[in-house]
Design a binder for this molecule. Structure first.
Ligand SMILES: *[C@@H]1O[C@H](CO)[C@@H](O)[C@H](O)[C@H]1NC(C)=O
Ligand SMILES: *[C@@H]1O[C@H](CO)[C@@H](O)[C@H](O)[C@H]1NC(C)=O
Ligand SMILES: *[C@@H]1O[C@H](CO)[C@@H](O)[C@H](O)[C@H]1NC(C)=O
Ligand SMILES: *[C@@H]1O[C@H](CO)[C@@H](O)[C@H](O)[C@H]1NC(C)=O
Length: 227
């Protein structure tokens, strides 16, 4: 039986756990109950997990359409890890994540990178060389956009931010809408903005404040010039 739980177990500190399901189908309820059965729950956090309608259970979000909610929908100030990658969400990101002030890792990517083996040629030499004209591309995992990244400013503990495929074409019109909010994330170690429709000069000076940055990936964008 194939579980229809849409996506994501959020690894939360302090024993919060929650799932998003489309609606409470039998197999989804069974999957949640079997998950519950392997947990020890001395403080009875999952006591509401009983009865037919698992949409009413604490920690469960039911969603028929996967349009990202307009309002701040997650008020979980202790949440440290949130991964909605490739969940086929559509809509715009503005204030939904403002309350998640403890987040260390946020992945809202909606473009999955896939290796295109058809264009890979292997050349066996003294060192194994793999050459490819286009070794990978991105396939859609949703249609999210954000016209202004200033919502990131409240997520000041972020170490890892992945927004691949999120349409930043509007935000990239002004560095105050994308470069400056990003550069305010002083703990940032990993930043992935692949295929974000950025049409802007490369932010060479813009990220100088990010002194902890170790991994930066911004491929498949349209950077206009070096300065
Ligand atoms: C989010 O989940 C996907 C799928 O499991 C995984 O490939 C990706 O690395 C995760 N992102 C982060 C930032 O942990
Ligand atoms: C993703 O959402 C679109 C509509 O927004 C829908 O047409 C498509 O079938 C969905 N893809 C999957 C894999 O559910
Ligand atoms: C990037 O994303 C767009 C959709 O926003 C898609 O049409 C395009 O093919 C992607 N680019 C690559 C190189 O995969
Ligand atoms: C970079 O850091 C300096 C010193 O803390 C600060 O004055 C400046 O506003 C920061 N720049 C950005 C773009 O956040």
């Amino acid at each position: 039986m194939k579980p229809h739980i849409v996506a994501f177990l959020l690894s939360l500190h302090l024993c919060h756990n929650f799932f998003v399901v489309r609606s409470c189908l039998d197999n989804e309820r069974e999957a949640l109950l079997s998950f519950k059965s392997v947990l020890s729950d001395p403080s009875k956090r999952l006591s509401s997990w009983e009865g037919e309608d698992c949409c009413k259970w604490k920690g469960i979000i039911c969603s028929d359409s996967l349009h990202i909610p307009e309002e701040s929908f997650l008020n979980l100030p202790k949440l440290t890890y949130l991964n909605f990658s490739n969940s086929n969400f559509s809509g715009s990101i503005n204030n939904q994540f403002l309350e998640l002030t403890s987040l260390r890792s946020l992945d809202l990517s909606c473009a999955m990178d896939v290796v295109d083996y058809s264009s890979v040629t292997l050349t066996v030499s003294s060192t194994l060389m793999v050459e490819a004209s286009s070794p990978y591309s991105y396939i859609s995992g949703g249609a999210l956009s954000s016209s202004d990244l200033n919502w990131l400013r409240s997520l000041r503990n972020l170490k890892e931010l992945v927004l691949s495929g999120v349409d930043l074409s509007e935000a990239s019109r002004s560095s105050s809408l994308w470069v400056e909010p990003l550069s305010s994330l002083s703990s940032l170690e990993t930043l992935v903005l692949s295929n974000c429709s950025v049409f802007a000069p490369l932010p060479i000076d813009g990220f100088l404040n990010l002194t902890d940055l170790r991994y930066l990936l911004m491929d498949f964008n349209s950077f206009q010039s070096l300065r």
